[in-house]
Design a protein around this ligand. Structure first.
Ligand SMILES: NC(=O)C1=CN([C@@H]2O[C@H](COP(=O)(O)OP(=O)(O)OC[C@H]3O[C@@H](n4cnc5c(N)ncnc54)[C@H](OP(=O)(O)O)[C@@H]3O)[C@@H](O)[C@H]2O)C=CC1
Ligand SMILES: O=C(CO)COP(=O)(O)O
Length: 339
């Protein structure tokens, strides 16, 4: 095997919280980073003030991070392309960007969602839109709340690619003093862990919003992990992935942290706000509010029992209240824990 390159030019497409925080990780790892931002004014403040004032105020970005509104410019010369837009917009975005991608660039999904309608994971959307093989598609997922990562608080994550050499190359590219990536070949397990924890985070948030304490949240987290593992294993994931950073690790971070947008969305539902009110109150994405419906459908398709996804979807859609969700989860037929 040839020596692994640890530096190079990376395009990060998406200038929200995670695209920006991950650009800091990549810059700390020695890469030259060009971000693509949807709005010119966001790019201008990144270039002129080295700060993403809207998404990560107070975080000074390294000089090797620049931004452009022009995707062709962002992608020029990039051998690694990091995708950090909301999951539901990826297909449209990537279709626009595809003509500017080089034929051998590796694409890395940072996204934690499942596409509505098609029920595709983000790696599957990337493969479909670009025609790239699995050796050019990777996922990075773990307990990585953007604000903490941008402040360089120590954290670990998983870099998954079916081609282990590519996972190792990406691991070297994003290893920095505060960010420790582990490799994996279980792309499916990492993606389902990342998408499902958002739905469980919504349920935990609802419990918090209703005023319940740690027994309730621990019960929802644990049964949420069981539900995630049931579906992921049925679809072919390695169960150990669900016990790792992209499963349990991310679930714990999301469900415990007031920084989580999904937990916060759930908390507001628990306090009686509607999804429409919550959408109107923030620009930031809470992936679980959409992926609850796609994960519910994916579980139905796979013949897997998914009561948390099912009831969270009903609350988000306004068919149930958060209090109904808690009652319904407890009133289900009793069974053995390991069924
Ligand atoms: N934040 C976090 O801690 C983490 C997030 N993730 C995942 O990363 C992904 C991105 O999330 P995050 O950065 O946090 O989200 P944010 O809400 O912070 O930012 C979203 C970004 O996407 C842009 N955007 C929104 N809609 C569109 C669209 N239709 N087309 C193109 N761009 C669009 C926004 O632009 P504009 O400002 O113009 O609206 C903004 O730059 C999600 O899948 C999330 O689950 C993963 C790990 C950690
Ligand atoms: O994925 C995340 C942490 O790993 C971020 O969670 P939220 O999208 O809920 O903020």
């Amino acid at each position: 095997m040839s020596p692994i390159s640890t530096t190079g030019k990376v395009a990060v497409l998406g200038a929200g919280s995670w695209g920006t925080a991950f650009s800091v990780v990549l810059a700390d790892g020695g890469n030259e980073v060009t971000m693509w931002g949807r709005r010119e004014e966001v790019c201008a403040t990144i270039n002129d003030e080295h700060e993403n004032v809207e998404y990560l105020p107070g975080v000074q970005l390294p000089p090797t991070v620049t931004a452009t509104h022009d995707a062709e410019k962002a992608l020029a010369g990039a051998d690694v392309v990091v995708l950090a837009v909301p999951s539901q917009s990826l297909r449209v975005n990537l279709t626009e960007w595809a003509p500017y991608l080089s034929d051998d660039a590796v694409m890395v999904s940072l996204m934690k969602g499942v596409e509505l309608g098609t029920l595709k994971r983000m790696s599957e959307v990337i493969a479909e839109v670009t025609g790239a093989g699995p050796e050019r598609i990777a996922v990075i997922s773990g307990p990585n709340l953007a604000k903490e990562i941008a402040r360089r608080e120590p954290a670990a994550s998983v870099v998954a690619c079916e081609d282990e050499d590519v996972a190792r190359m990406l691991q070297a590219r994003c290893h920095s003093p505060a960010f420790r990536p582990y490799t994996s070949v279980d792309v499916l397990g990492c993606e389902l862990g990342g998408a499902y924890k958002n739905v469980v985070g919504l349920a935990v948030g609802m419990a918090v919003g209703l005023g319940f304490g740690d027994n309730t949240t621990a019960s929802v987290i644990t049964r949420g992990l069981a539900e995630t593992a049931r579906l992921a294993m049925r679809l072919g994931a390695n169960p150990l992935t669900l016990m790792g950073l992209a499963g349990l690790g991310d679930l714990v971070a999301t469900c415990s942290s007031p920084l989580s947008r999904n937990r916060t969305f759930g908390e507001k539902l628990g306090q009686g706000m509607t999804s429409e009110d919550i959408y109107a109150s923030t620009r930031q994405v809470a992936e679980g509010a959409k992926s609850c419906a796609s994960l519910r459908a994916l579980a139905e398709q796979a013949g897997v029992d998914a009561p948390i996804a099912q009831h969270v979807d009903d609350v988000v859609a306004g068919r149930l209240t958060a209090a109904d969700l808690m009652d319904a989860l407890l009133a289900r037929d009793t069974k053995a824990e390991t069924d």
